[in-house]
Structures are given as C-alpha cells and as structure tokens.
Design a protein around this ligand. Structure first.
Ligand SMILES: [Zn+2]
Length: 166
C-alpha cells in the first residue's frame, strides 16, 4: 500500500533561496517556491489500519519546511566552498573555475545543511532521511518499506529520492 501526499495541496511548501555554486545561470543567489510530495510504502497496521497517519507525516514534513522557509540554504559540504561563522555573520568563499566569490550574510538569514549542494536532488535525499529518522524516533517505522520525497522547484520540475527501509 502506498500513501501519497501532494505538497502543493497539503501545504508542504517553503520559499527559500539557494546558490548552485559554479553553475552558469544558477550560480547566483536566487529563490524558488518549493513544495514537497511524499510517498510512503508499507503495510496497513494498528487500530485504524494506517500505513502511517497522514496527520503525523504532514506535521513531520511541515516542521522540516519551516526550518528552511525564508532562508538562504547553504550546504556545509560543498567541495569548493569554505564557510566561517563570526559573531552574527557567516562568511562564504567559493573558489572554482578560476573564479572567486565571497559573501558575508547575517546568520539569521541562513540555514546550514549537511549537504554537498542545495539542488533539488540533494534536498530530496535530505527530506527522505529526515522523515525516516523522525518515524524511527516515533517508533512508527516497523511496517514501512520505503519513503520517497519529491522536492519540486516550483511547478513542473523536481527530484525524487526513495529511501528503502528493508
Ligand atoms: Zn535554483
């Protein structure tokens, strides 16, 4: 059985900025109105025969969206970007393709993510992992086979990552 949540209709959205360092057009600070679709495959179980309570999944995904909303998403592990936090600011330095770009941004404007990049591809992995971790913490994973998150950069384009549990 597969549960499906449509992020656009279920309100699983966030509006954030990012930089795809080194990319010809996406290497500048720009933003998207993201929405996240989620599919969960598992066996119906418990008193109500749920794969997982929709309310639970929505609250998990909404919480992740809230941490990213109205922030500049910065990847901690980009191979050509260094960052340094000093007081209330973050200093970023990108060196690649013979180009150096430096940024100073108020810390409250950013969210640092444990990723190599903030592409839809990486963000979909991030969402899948966060959802699975949370379901594990809540003891709601035993009947689940896989969790898929689709991170859409606006309508019409997105990346999907499936995390297999067993
Ligand atoms: Zn973009």
């Amino acid at each position: 059985m597969i549960l499906e949540l449509n992020g656009l209709h279920a309100g699983l959205r966030f509006s954030s900025a990012h930089i795809v360092f080194g990319h010809e057009t996406c290497g500048v600070i720009h933003g998207h109105s993201y929405y996240v679709d989620v599919r969960i495959c598992g066996e119906p179980s418990g008193e109500f025969g749920f794969v997982c309570d929709f309310k639970v999944i929505k609250s998990i995904v909404k919480e992740i969206c809230e941490t990213l909303d109205h922030k500049l998403m910065i990847p901690k592990n980009h191979p050509q970007t260094e960052y340094k936090i000093d007081n209330d600011s973050i200093y970023l330095k990108y060196c690649g393709d013979g180009k150096i770009k430096e940024y100073k941004i108020p810390l409250e404007d950013v969210v640092l993510l444990p990723l190599k990049s903030t592409t839809a591809e990486e963000l979909s992995q991030f969402f899948s992992k966060c959802i699975v971790d949370k379901l594990k913490d809540m003891g709601l994973i035993d009947n689940i086979k896989w969790v898929e998150a689709v991170v859409n950069e606006g309508i019409g384009q997105g990346a999907c990552y499936r995390l297999n549990i067993k």
